[in-house]
Design a protein around this ligand. Sequence first.
Ligand SMILES: C[S@@+](CC[C@H](N)C(=O)[O-])C[C@H]1O[C@@H](n2cnc3c(N)ncnc32)[C@H](O)[C@@H]1O
Length: 273
Amino acid sequence: MNATLTDKEFEQFQSLIYDQVGITLDAPKKSLLTSRLGKRLRELELSSYQAYYDRVSGKGGEEELTKLVDLISTNKTDFFREPVHFDFLREQVLPHLAQPRTLRVWSSASSSGEEPYTIAMTLNDAIPDCSMWDIRILASDISTRVLAKAASGIYEDERVTQLPRDVVRRHFLRGKGEQAGKLKVRKHLAEIIAFRRINLMAPSFPIKTPLDVIFCRNVMIYFDRPTQATLIGKFYRYLRPGGFLFIGHSESLQWIEHQFSYIQPTIYQKPFE
Ligand SMILES: C[S@@+](CC[C@H](N)C(=O)[O-])C[C@H]1O[C@@H](n2cnc3c(N)ncnc32)[C@H](O)[C@@H]1O
């Protein structure tokens, strides 16, 4: 295969990716798209970028679209990444919850699961009678590949080397035999998390109960301002009054119109009515 990505084809991909997943691919990304898609074309034995475009935009192209998103965005994540949010959850959110003790949290770009499992660990360690609470964490992402990894709850040893030993001991099982070198998240964390594929560009989300906290970290950087504003408006609708929105450290709502109260960098609250 010796295909080239023409400007017209690149524009087609730009529109498709923007319309379907909200990601803005600017002109300098053309060479990145060329090389990453080139590999995929070879895997699929397709002879042109146009043929790939037809496949991904055509009927049944949804699954391939998630592969395309994986090629152009990063799934980088970590346990306890940006710890300020977990401290805030423990110190500022939990003490103010109304009775009965229910808690609904959404990790809305959960990648391979480190974020929702960290939320679960934080809650489990902070709440002495955790099993008496009604806690549900929804973990979602557009990529079925990372969601499958997240749902397996299995991680390489080196993913947890930065965590205190007692945290690892409490929340992970060490693999033996063929699973040596791997860890599996314990049941008490896994059973409070539901993994779903949700595209943040969908006009509405399959969420019925108002949420206490939404994590939307390190994905909005891929979206342009109008797309961010629409998403933030949707998050506002799904939060309960007084609920919190956590965004990534390099993200801000400063330039978009919204109704949230600013609490501190990367933390916003839906006002009480
Ligand atoms: C860098 S990871 C962020 C992981 C985690 N939130 C964190 O901060 O560590 C970004 C994730 O956003 C997902 N993503 C990209 N576009 C999306 C969309 N339109 N809807 C849902 N998830 C999306 C990607 O698949 C990727 O897993």
